[in-house]
Design a protein around this ligand. Structure first.
Ligand code: PLP
Length: 385
C-alpha cells in the first residue's frame, strides 16, 4: 500500500524534476522574460510572459501548495505583498477582523493602505472575544499564531468555526511556524500566507511571499466564492505585478529542501534558550509557547507539532534596560527579521514607534542554528551587564 510522502520528501522533490534537455538534477534558473510561440501561435509550455508565470515560480508555488496541503499557491515579491494581494482581492468596504498583536507591517498595511476596509482589531487568542467580533458578518479574519511579537496563540479551528457562521474566510499567517509545525488548511482555514523571507529562504538573503489556497483553481470550482477569492488573488499577482524574480524563486525553492531539518534544529535551540532564561532574575517573563506555563501552551500543543523558534522576553527594568541588553550582545545580531541561520535580537518597541502596543521592555529573539550553549552564554552575559 502506498502512503503519501512525508514532509521531508515533499520538501526535497515537490515541483521539481530532472531537466529533460540536460539531465541537470538541480533546476536551472530561467531568466527569460518572454517565451516564443510556435509558428501556429501555440505555446510549447504554459509560459507566455514573466509577470504571468515562469518555471522557477511554478516550481516554488507547487512545492509550497504541497507542503501546506493546499490546492494552489501564488508567489509574491514579499510577505507583505502577499497579504496586500489578499486585501486587494476583497470587495470594497469589506469588514476584516485582525489580531490586536500582529506584525507591525501588517498593521500598517491594514490601517494605512486599505482605507476602504473596515478593520477591527480583536484579541483573537481569546476565543470568546473572537466569537463576539464575528457575531456580525465579515469578509475575512486574519489570524497570526504565534503572534508577532507577543506570541499570543489563537485556536485556529475555533476561529474557523466562528467565521463559518457569518460566511467569513480565514487567512492564517503561518510564517513563524511553517507547514513543518502547523498546517492551518487542515484546521479549516481557507488561505495561508507566508513571508518566504524568513524560514522558507532560511539564510537571510532573499525576500518573498506566498498565498496558498485550500483548493485548486479549476474551471469547475472557480465559480464558488472561495475559489473566486483565490482567483482574484491570482489576478492581482498577474495584473498588478508584485511577482518575484526567477532567481529569488529558485533560492526560496532551494531553501525549502532543508526546511524540516532546520525547523527542528531551530526549535531545539529555542527550547534551551527559553528554559535558561525562564529562571533568570533579570527576566520578567519568557514568551515562548513551548513552556508549559505559557497561556497558549495547550492550544498550540493540540494544533501544531512544535512550538517554533521565535521567542520574546520581558526584561526587568523597562525600555532603557531592554535597549542596554541588546547593546551588550556579542553573538546575537542586532537586526530585524527572523528565520535565518544566525540568531537575531531586536527591541521591538524602539522600532515600532510611540503608538505601538508592544511592551517597552520586550526583546524579540529569532533563534538561529548556532549551538544553544553559545546563545545562552551570550544572553546571560548581556543580561548581567
Ligand atoms: N508576516 C510576519 C508574521 C512577519 O513576521 C513578517 C515580517 O517580519 C511579514 C509577514 C512580512 O514579510 P516581508 O518582510 O517578507 O514583507
Amino acid at each position: 500500500m502506498s502512503t503519501a510522502p512525508k514532509i521531508e520528501t515533499v520538501s526535497v522533490h515537490a515541483g521539481l524534476r530532472t531537466d529533460p534537455s540536460t539531465g541537470a538534477v538541480a533546476q536551472p534558473i530561467h531568466l527569460s522574460t518572454t517565451f516564443e510561440r510556435r509558428p501556429d501561435g501555440s505555446l510549447p509550455d504554459e509560459y507566455l510572459y514573466i509577470r504571468e508565470g515562469n518555471p522557477n515560480r511554478r516550481a516554488l508555488e507547487t512545492a509550497v501548495a504541497a507542503l501546506e496541503g493546499g490546492g494552489a499557491a501564488a508567489c509574491f515579491a514579499s510577505g507583505l505583498a502577499s497579504i496586500d494581494a489578499v486585501l486587494r482581492a476583497l470587495p470594497a468596504a469589506s469588514r476584516v477582523v485582525a489580531p490586536r498583536d500582529i506584525y507591525h507591517g501588517t498593521r500598517v498595511l491594514l490601517t494605512e493602505h486599505h482605507p476602504s476596509l473596515q478593520v477591527r482589531f480583536v484579541e483573537l487568542s481569546d476565543l470568546d472575544a473572537a466569537r463576539r467580533a464575528l457575531a456580525e458578518p465579515a469578509a475575512l479574519v486574519l489570524v497570526e499564531t504565534p503572534s508577532n511579537p507577543q506570541l499570543h496563540i489563537t485556536d485556529i479551528a475555533g476561529v474557523v468555526a466562528a467565521a463559518r457562521r457569518v460566511g467569513a474566510r480565514v487567512l492564517v499567517d503561518n510564517t513563524w511556524s511553517t507547514p513543518v509545525l502547523q498546517r492551518p488548511l487542515e484546521l479549516g482555514a481557507d488561505l495561508v500566507v507566508h513571508s518566504s523571507t524568513k524560514y522558507f529562504g532560511g539564510h537571510s538573503d532573499v525576500q518573498g511571499g506566498v498565498v496558498v489556497a485550500s483548493h485548486e483553481l479549476t474551471a469547475e470550482t472557480a465559480v464558488t466564492d472561495r475559489q473566486g477569492l483565490f482567483g482574484r488573488i491570482r489576478a492581482v499577482q498577474e495584473q498588478a505585478g508584485a511577482a518575484p524574480a526567477p532567481f529569488d524563486c529558485w533560492l526560496i525553492r532551494r531553501g525549502l529542501q532543508t526546511l524540516p531539518c532546520r525547523m527542528r534544529a531551530h526549535e531545539e535551540g529555542a527550547a534551551e534558550v527559553a528554559r535558561a532564561l525562564a529562571e533568570h532574575p533579570g527576566v520578567l517573563k519568557v514568551l515562548w509557547p513551548g513552556l508549559p506555563s505559557h497561556p497558549g501552551h495547550e492550544v498550540m500543543k493540540a494544533q501544531a507539532s512544535g512550538f517554533g523558534a521565535m521567542l520574546s522576553i520581558r526584561v526587568r527594568g523597562g525600555f532603557d534596560d531592554a535597549s542596554a541588553v541588546v547593546g551588550r550582545c556579542r553573538l546575537f545580531k542586532r537586526a530585524t527579521s527572523l528565520g535565518g541561520v544566525e540568531s537575531l535580537i531586536e527591541h521591538r518597541a524602539a522600532i515600532e514607534g510611540p503608538e505601538t502596543p508592544t511592551p517597552p521592555d520586550l526583546l524579540r529573539l529569532s533563534i538561529g542554528l548556532e549551538h544553544p550553549d553559545d546563545l545562552v552564554d551570550d544572553l546571560l552575559q548581556a543580561l548581567t551587564g
